[in-house]
Design a protein around this ligand. Structure first.
Ligand code: DWN
Length: 396
């Protein structure tokens, strides 16, 4: 579908003294002709991508904190009235969701392999096991705690190359009347927005309803509802249950009909996507080249995972971006993967506003614009590249 060539590890922020010998891996996304699953052609072992000191903390965005609070309360309503309720989260990160379940006194386990974020979750009262979820872990959890009434996962299932292990584990662990709810970036939105930067080593799968139905049906699980979500540039929340245990909402058939219109099985769909992505690369590069020739100061705003694909694919260097500001302490003082652009604290941005800031956290646009009014009202401009390359004015 699209071949980005070689890429460094998307979240592999490096100390400046360690840039020699950085590893590069092929990044190409392909489409299964049988089930239309869009997925990475080559995968990197998860231990390499999610080490103990993995740098992404879910709680870095206020918008995401309130999204997960609402999500947790919806799940709590699902189990209300059950005094034996048991909720499992796959990839619970720093406990952004499960802390609300813990606060409600509901039995729960978060399965989170990355040790540092798991410790943050524990400090918030979340029962956390630092392991990769698979069918063996599912069997152990069921033996120890009983079947789960809710299994939940957000922005995690699409990261797990061993997806059949996950599906088998969920089918085994899920209570006969239980619900498995997960959300991930939605292929329909990625194609519509040409958000090519969602494509990086951690995102193994780019789900559609069709591909999710095909996959989980092999394990006796059926999609009974879907809900579109605005987060992360457009996501889909899928609700699955043991086949025949719940009636499917009309939304499932409606969404399938919309996907037929998207022509996810047609090569022409991906040809269009590839052409739009290539045009965006040229537009972003030429805008930044022009600003450089005019002597404008430009920085990157947020050292997101997505920024690695954008920076490397578009051939951006410190000549284009003086630095990237980011609020995550573990990224500050490091350099970006591949291009080795310095990552500085947010204070570096505020202390000496640049003329322009490339918004790598475009999925948090509303939150960022609300908190950066001093920058925009002082004449500073954000540059966005999703859905198209453009300079945002102060009222965007
Ligand atoms: O799937 C994934 C998603 C959910 O989160 C992961 N594979 C990793 C991660 O992706 P990302 O890094 O692209 O996520 P975000 O939420 O778009 O960006 C987070 C980064 O942006 C953090 O380093 C913090 C930074 N940030 C910032 O510096 N200022 C974020 C916001 C909102 C800000 O105002």
């Amino acid at each position: 579908m699209i071949d980005f060539g070689l890429m460094p590890i998307a979240n592999g922020f490096l100390s400046p003294e360690n840039v020699e010998g950085e590893d590069w891996f092929p990044l190409a996304v392909v489409v299964c002709s049988r089930c239309t699953m869009v997925q990475l052609r080559d995968v990197i072992p998860p231990e390499r991508l999610f080490p103990a000191d993995y740098v992404f903390h879910s709680s870095t965005s206020a918008g995401m904190a309130s999204h997960f609070e609402e999500f947790a309360h919806a799940l709590l309503r699902e189990v209300s009235g059950r005094n034996d309720a048991f909720i499992v989260e796959i990839g619970s990160n720093d406990g952004i969701l499960l802390r609300h379940v813990a606060a409600a006194g509901i039995r729960h386990v978060g399965v989170e392999p990355a040790g540092r974020v798991a410790d943050v979750a524990r400090s918030r009262g979340v029962n956390t096991e630092s392991r990769f979820f698979d069918s063996a872990v599912a069997a152990e959890l069921r033996a120890e705690h009983g079947a789960a009434h809710v299994i939940v996962s957000a922005n995690v299932i699409c990261h797990i190359a061993a997806i059949h292990e996950v599906a088998a584990g969920v089918a085994h662990l899920l209570h006969p009347e239980g619900i498995f709810v997960f959300e991930d970036p939605y292929l329909g939105d990625i194609l519509e927005l040409a958000s090519f930067d969602q494509m990086y080593d951690e995102h193994v799968f780019y789900f559609s309803l069709a591909s999710v139905q095909y996959l989980f049906a092999q394990y006796g699980l059926e999609v009974v509802d879907v809900m579109r979500q605005r987060v992360h540039g457009g996501s889909m929340r899928y609700f699955l249950a043991h086949a025949g245990s719940r009636a499917a909402s009309d939304r499932v058939a409606e969404m399938r009909a919309r996907e037929e219109e998207l022509k996810l099985g047609s090569a022409a769909t991906y040809d269009t996507f590839r052409a739009r992505v290539a045009a965006k690369r040229e537009a972003l590069r030429s805008l930044l080249e022009r600003l450089r020739s005019e002597g404008r100061r430009v920085v990157g705003y947020a050292a997101t995972s997505k920024s690695t694909t954008t920076i490397v694919y578009c051939g951006l260097t410190q000549e284009h971006l003086e630095f990237i500001c980011d609020t995550t302490p573990a990224k500050q003082g490091k350099v970006s993967p591949g291009a080795h652009i310095p990552v500085r604290p947010h204070q570096a941005f505020v202390a000496d506003y640049p003329d322009y800031a490339v918004l790598f956290a475009w999925n948090h646009l509303t939150e960022v614009l609300a908190k950066e009014q001093d920058f925009t009202q002082g004449g500073g401009r954000f540059i966005a590249y999703v859905p198209e390359v453009r300079t945002l004015d102060a009222t965007s």
